[in-house]
Design a protein around this ligand. Structure first.
Ligand code: NAD
Length: 401
């Protein structure tokens, strides 16, 4: 009997398991390991952080997705020994595999910036997102007691998609914060501090300008060309090209969204990795191990058109998971899988519940229609990985709040 091990129940790992349990016959055991007993929609963490949705809206039990062919172990992966084909777990000892799917996801990337871990709030898992919302609620209450305006300042570090989507969700919730603080909502300040001068480089100039203007029109201050050098308690310290002397943006809520790296387990396990990502071959295999698939945010797949790795997104993670589940089932039957092929369907960034912008295929979407497209993308993801049950329970069928 062959042992198939899937590590991580994010978009990539859970999609792989869905295909495996459908396609693999009785000649293999399938085991899934994750430290949580739930899957979460990582693309929607900003909504929980802002308080737009409850955490239950973007999570569901992993067991809901599994059939009786899959054994689930709730534990933390410590290390993978690819030569010995073993995986060390924190509490349950060692597992052996014939095929392994490494899909351990992402952690926050702080680039070693001083104070970023201690003085900024991270937003890479459910607990952190919940903690951000609780922190904002607390600071608004603190303002009532102290009348110190710094409690009304929310500072977002990094204007990538995550920072932009978070700022949009914060704008939506601003009236609630204002009520808690007992102020007019215009007094709640939301600032994004960003190193680059050109934002949203993946979009055409026209679409990027639209996105930036949209966020600004909602009252968000975007400071570009400001390289964050340090986070102090209640202070984002930055330098500009013209002025190396550090300047401060004060705020009692500082949220870190300057990018992500792959799980530290990749480095601990001795893989040839950069920022926790391993360059995989065309079949999504570790180049040195024919039985080890590396997918999702721990994998770097080169895009031959640009000679750069594809960006890590939920979309590519899900596609990789689907491919690998099918490929292992094929190999168990003695078939030879075709290489993985990928074309991005596009990207849409939401700015609150009713605005968005993005590119789907060759078509650019803006405003409310884009927001509708974005909700359809979220629903597709729920259906793809969670199935019909999760789609009906957690899907976005409301056009407005
Ligand atoms: P990112 O790397 O895309 O953006 C991080 C931003 O932080 C960049 O603009 C960078 O210039 C800035 N930054 C980094 N260091 C800085 C510093 N010291 N000072 C100031 N600014 C600094 O990261 P992300 O937004 O977390 O996105 C990660 C991946 O997930 C990307 O591939 C993204 O496309 C994807 N994503 C997609 C969606 C969507 O499809 N809607 C949503 C969120 C994220």
């Amino acid at each position: 009997m062959k042992e198939v091990l899937v590590l991580g129940a994010g978009y990539a790992g859970l999609k792989a398991v869905r295909n495996l349990q459908k396609e693999v016959g009785d000649n293999a055991h399938i085991t899934l390991v994750d430290m949580n007993d739930y899957h979460y929609e990582a693309t929607e963490l900003h909504e929980v952080a802002a308080g737009s949705v409850d955490k239950n809206k973007i999570t569901y039990p992993i067991k809901d997705v599994l059939n009786n062919k899959v054994k689930f172990i709730q534990d933390e992966v410590v290390k993978v020994d690819a030569d010995k084909k073993t995986v060390e777990l924190k509490n349950s000892g060692q597992l052996r595999y014939d095929y392994c799917v490494l899909a351990l996801g992402f952690v926050s990337e702080t680039f070693g910036i001083k104070g970023a871990l201690d003085n900024a709030l991270q937003m890479t898992d459910i607990d952190q997102a919940v903690a951000i919302h609780e922190h904002i609620v607390e600071t608004m209450k603190k303002y009532r007691e102290t009348q110190d305006k710094e409690y009304l300042n929310i500072v977002v570090c990094g204007a990538g998609f995550t920072g932009i989507e978070l700022a949009g969700a914060l704008v939506d919730e601003r009236p609630k914060y204002a009520k808690l603080a007992g102020v007019d909502e215009s007094e709640i300040s939301i600032t994004i501090v960003e190193a680059a001068t050109k934002l949203l480089p993946m979009f055409s100039e026209n679409l990027a300008n639209y996105g930036v203007s949209l966020v600004k029109s909602l009252g968000v201050k975007i400071m570009t060309g400001c390289m964050i050098k340090e986070i102090q308690d209640g202070r984002v310290m930055y330098a500009t090209q013209d002025n190396e002397e550090l300047q401060a943006v004060p705020g009692k809520t500082i949220i870190w969204t300057t990018g992500v790296s792959g799980s530290p387990v990749m480095g601990e396990s001795g893989f040839k990795e950069r920022r926790g990502r391993v360059i995989v071959n065309d079949n999504l295999l570790d180049p040195d191990h024919d039985d080890l698939y590396i997918i999702g945010d721990v994998s770097a797949l080169m895009d031959k058109a640009t000679d750069r790795p594809y960006p890590t997104t939920a979309q590519i993670a899900t596609r990789m998971g689907a491919y690998v589940g099918h490929a292992i089932a094929q190999r168990l039957k003695g078939e030879v899988p075709e290489p993985f092929s990928y074309n991005s369907l596009g990207t849409v960034a939401s700015v609150g519940n009713t605005h968005a912008f993005g590119l789907v295929g060759k078509k650019e979407y803006k405003g409310f229609p884009a927001s509708f497209v974005k909700k359809m993308i979220m629903n597709k993801s729920l259906a793809d990985i969670g199935g019909a049950k999760e789609l009906f329970a957690k899907g976005r069928f409301d056009l407005y709040h």
